[in-house]
Design a binder for this molecule. Sequence first.
Ligand code: ADP
Length: 241
Amino acid sequence: MSINIEKINKSFGKTSVLNDVSLDIASGEMVALLGPSGSGKTTLLRIIAGLEHQNSGAISFHGRDVSYLHARDRHVGFMFQHYALFRHMTVSDNIAFGLTVLPRRERPSAADIRKKVSKLLEMVQLSHLANRYPAQLSGGQKQRVALARALAVDPQILLLDEPFGALDARVRKELRRWLRQLHEELQFTSVFVTHDQEEAMEVADRIVVMSQGNIEQTGTPEQVWQHPESRFVLEFLGEVN
Ligand code: ADP
């Protein structure tokens, strides 16, 4: 499902956070929003999810204007840092959560939810941990549960905020590879936020570099790396190297 973002503006009080941001994302594309802290990445992701609303501008999915739809009605899967796993729920119940809160007419039966959860557990290779609680899992396992939870509603759009953050280097690498694999298998459109250029280069089909509420450059990892279009991009890439 394609995503069209047209001239989005967003301020919090007097602080302008996104300035006329426009971006087209093709169906099945995996895009990284890359930039330093405070550049507006998470706000843009939250606006795509419908968790936050723009002050002006429009957003559509596959040609359908969703600008004023509630998050619940956008059918996107998302994984945000502060939507951590529910501590008092087992792995299975965490994964089932998105299905149990669907509007009644779309909610599967309890038996179908169980089937779905067991399929997702297999997909993320956590069937053996179905009845554990989050506190009994490693960081990488928790991220996989969070991803399975996001995938439970069969989203055609998957939004991820720093999906590999707070993990050690080895687990991070493993998860990146695994997310790419899943993406190839399920063909969803995906947007993820990162401040780590290596991560963006390795995982994304296309990179959107942001600075102070503006898009500085978009391009394939090679294009951005080899032909930075502004001083900011050049310095941002250079800094981390
Ligand atoms: P990033 O994800 O690139 O770090 P954010 O989108 O989180 O950037 O934040 C961009 C700017 O918007 C920051 O200056 C942040 O302080 C501000 N901001 C984000 N959310 C809110 C909010 N709910 N209220 C006020 N300011 C906010």
